[in-house]
Ligand binder design. Structure first.
Ligand code: SAM
Ligand code: DTB
Ligand code: SF4
Length: 309
């Protein structure tokens, strides 16, 4: 039976101890609660993106201090992937500040990057924006493990945050990725001034995908100077925990990734997120353009008696 938005809301709004207990229980039924997947990001093309996403430091619509560069070489990506593998990462994720890939040499180069990452024995994930079916098919042929394409927020709130594309465009790309036989990584961002109902709407939209995404990144907005969301109200940590726990309960077998925003979180909050069902993180000292805990993660996992997958 497909889950309704009312079901999702009822879970999200359970008394907190009940919600966490249920999520932790379901988590243990489907996953080893001591294991965390470690993914490392590489920003292969930075800044000057034509899209108007109000959270994003890489949008050309806003004046930010982001370092801009064109598409990296296959050699640069290979070196970064090797280093990430030595640091314990099992998945290497490439992000490009594009609305979508053009059918040109740049796309061919990304295909070569994917083949290279796979030849190093790592899982490969890319996030390149909107895709046509033939592009998804070619990514699959290159051996891509997962495609990241976030729904980002609820269908109702989407147009407040992004004006240059629609929620339905994102759903179409996810469908193309599915049809190509690539696993789906899709989640969203909290802390963008959305309501609790929007957070529920996002989680419900993700869970209603058939099948739900294999990976669900929950990003806490990194407020970047120059973006319209620079001064957004920080999200209540209890809401983050409700999001993680609800994602775990709605998508029991998926990986739930505690994604952007960990730099501003205490160790206790991150530990609590793992208890509530998060079992994946981005490692390294940089996300795409903003800082990430880096070496601190080794200490955190050791202190918690947890291990990388
Ligand atoms: N351009 C492609 C796209 O938008 O699909 C791929 C790269 S884009 C930077 C990938 C994701 O990063 C976005 O969907 C968004 O969820 C996340 N993101 C971007 N800026 C962020 C921020 N300041 N805080 C948290 N997450 C952010
Ligand atoms: C995702 O959900 N989060 C990552 C990855 N997918 C591409 C990106 C986070 C970006 C945070 C802001 C930045 O570093 O630019
Ligand atoms: Fe471009 Fe992606 Fe940033 Fe939007 S989120 S501005 S599409 S890089």
């Amino acid at each position: 039976m497909p889950v309704t938005r009312q079901d999702a809301a009822a879970i999200y709004r359970l008394p907190f101890p009940e919600l966490i207990y249920r999520a932790a229980t379901v988590h243990r039924e489907h996953h080893n609660p001591l294991e965390v997947q470690m993914c490392q990001l590489e920003n292969i093309k930075s800044g000057r993106c034509q899209e108007d996403c109000k959270y994003c430091p890489q949008s050309a619509h806003y004046e930010t201090e982001v370092v801009e560069y064109g598409l990296e070489t296959v050699e640069q990506v290979a070196a970064a992937a090797r280093e990430a593998r030595e640091g314990g990462a099992s998945r290497f994720c490439l992000g490009a500040a594009w609305r979508g890939p053009r059918q040109d040499g740049d796309f061919e180069r990304v295909l070569e990057m994917i083949r290279t990452i796979r030849s190093l024995g790592m899982e490969a994930c890319v996030t390149l924006g909107l895709l046509e079916q033939d592009q998804a098919d070619r990514l699959a042929e290159a051996g891509l493990t997962a495609y990241n394409h976030n729904l980002d927020t609820s269908p109702e709130y989407y147009s407040q945050i992004i004006t240059t594309r629609q929620f339905e465009d994102r759903l179409r790309t996810i469908e193309a990725v599915r049809r190509a036989g690539i696993t789906v990584c899709s989640g969203g961002i909290i802390g963008m001034g959305e309501s609790q109902d929007d957070r529920i709407g996002l989680l419900h939209s993700l869970a209603a995908l058939d099948p739900p995404p294999e990976s669900v990144p929950i990003n806490v907005l990194v407020r970047v100077k120059g973006t319209p969301l620079e001064h957004a109200e920080p999200v209540d940590p209890l809401e983050l925990l409700r999001c993680i726990a609800t994602a775990r309960l709605l998508m029991p077998t998926s990986r739930v990734r505690l994604s952007a925003g960990r730099q501003g979180m205490s160790r206790e909050l991150q530990a609590f997120c793992f208890i509530a069902g998060a079992n994946s993180i981005f490692t390294g000292d940089k996300l795409l353009t903003t800082p990430n805990p880096g070496e601190g993660d080794r200490e955190l996992l050791a202190a918690l008696g947890m291990v990388g997958e």
